[in-house]
Design a protein. Structure first.
Ligand code: URA
Length: 433
């Protein structure tokens, strides 16, 4: 098969065969086709789309491009959770220990930051010693010992997605329904869980900016999961405003710990309980309301917090940081942003705020960039809040004071203050089952 012919075929808007899609995915996995040809194909797919059959074939080929996780050594029901990516989204750190504490095993592979969105692996690595690169044996052993393990994507699992995910990040081909659906679902299918809850983000900080496209993405992924015999549901959730107040790696661990202590912001705690409850319901732990109460009880009795600390310890991290988050090193510099007008926060462009965080060092501008774990933003005010001129809206944190000049301007550009009262959005928009 000639790769140029396949690029041309997609470029001209024709449907690719199963064999052609397999050739594309397997060539990405074994590096037998150069990045420029893979990128050209991604752009052709982005511009001309993939129909239902092509999306299913791409998901299937990517999931088979490496090893399929064998979770047979893990006893009991296995659950998984995946978010399409957002700003301040630390729900995995709350949902996973809650669900594990309820007896559903979480053997989860998480990602690093992508574009303006954060990644669970980067966040967990801000705990000193924490290891996200684990052998299969270590991974299964940790799940069997504490019911929970969050690792980075192994090079052997879905290598096609690993390669294409990196190329999409730097070729403006991320925000596309078939490409996101096949990327996420190939990993979920290869990951081997019985029950999957998806968090499909929608709004200014999400890859899907409007409800219609978020719903379409959710439906597509649920259909793929169900077709593969998994119990699956998707919650469509608001990402027009960052979730919680803290954005940035160790800042998000600190806020997740507060949520597990029962002191988290309502939006973060509320949606984490709903995600946990839906996963517990899929795992047969009761109806949705019973599962909500069950999830909440694991925060109230402190057991989910202990479960997170147990996982941190087994993955080589220092659990003292979970029980005492004051141990996290503080950023060297901080810069307070105050309201330039009195009124209401009418809008926060969550993507803009996520990009400011990346610029401060909490994410990567280039693949090889190192993360600054203490960099980020703490928001004191969010969309819908009343502010008086001169009142604190946010504090930016970083380790190089020079970064503040541009970051401050970009932050201010991302926030609109006006006189009209603005309603706060509910975090849960819809459920697709
Ligand atoms: N998360 C993924 O795993 N893949 C995407 O394409 C987008 C978000």
């Amino acid at each position: 098969m000639n790769f140029i012919d396949i690029i041309r075929k997609k470029r001209d808007g024709f449907e690719l065969t199963k064999e052609e899609i397999e050739y594309f995915a397997f060539s990405a996995a074994d590096d037998s086709v150069p990045d420029y040809q893979l990128s050209a194909m991604l752009m052709a797919m982005f511009l001309n789309g993939l129909n239902e059959t092509e999306t299913l074939n791409l998901t299937d080929a990517m999931s088979r491009s490496g090893d399929m996780a064998d979770l047979s050594e893990i006893e009991g029901i296995k659950g998984d959770k995946h978010s399409t990516g957002g700003v301040g989204d630390k729900t995995t750190l709350i949902v996973a220990p809650i669900v594990a504490e309820c007896g559903v095993k979480i053997a989860k592979m998480s990602g690093r930051g992508l574009g303006h969105t954060g990644g669970t692996v980067d966040k967990l690595e801000s705990v000193p010693g924490f290891r996200t690169s684990l052998s299969t044996n270590e991974f299964t052993d940790i799940v069997n010992r504490c019911g929970l393990c969050v690792a980075g994507q192994s090079g052997k699992l879905c290598p096609a997605d690993k390669k294409l995910y990196g190329l999409r990040d730097v070729t403006a081909t991320v925000d596309n329904i078939p490409l996101i659906a096949s990327s996420i679902m190939s990993k979920k299918l290869a990951g081997g869980a019985d029950c999957i809850v998806l968090d499909v983000k929608c709004g200014s900080g999400a890859f899907m900016k409007d409800e219609e496209s978020a719903k379409l993405l959710a439906e597509k992924m649920v259909e793929i999961g169900r077709g593969a015999g998994r119990k699956i549901a998707a919650l469509i959730t608001d990402m027009d405003v960052p979730l919680g107040h803290n954005i940035g790696n160790s800042l998000e661990i600190i806020e997740a710990v507060e949520a597990l202590k029962g002191n988290g912001p309502d939006d973060l705690t509320g949606i984490s309980i709903l995600l946990a409850a839906k996963l517990l319901q899929l795992a047969g732990k009761g109806d949705f309301n019973e599962c909500k109460a069950l999830a909440k009880s694991k925060i109230d009795d402190g057991s989910a917090l202990k479960k997170l600390a147990e996982m941190v310890k087994l993955q080589g991290g220092n659990p003292d940081y979970i029980f005492n988050t004051d141990l996290f090193p503080k950023a060297k510099f901080e810069c307070e942003i105050t309201a330039w007008d009195s009124g209401y926060i009418n809008h926060m462009n969550a993507e803009g705020i996520g990009s400011v965080c990346v610029e401060l060092g909490a994410g990567r501008l280039r693949k090889e960039d190192k993360i600054d774990p203490s960099a980020g933003i703490i928001l004191s005010k969010k969309t819908g809040d009343r502010v008086e001129i001169g009142e604190k809206i946010a504090v930016l944190y970083c380790s190089d004071e020079k970064m503040f000049d541009s970051a401050k301007c970009k932050f201010i550009d991302s926030v609109t203050i006006g006189i009209e009262e603005t309603k706060k959005n509910d975090v849960l928009i819809d459920i697709v089952e």
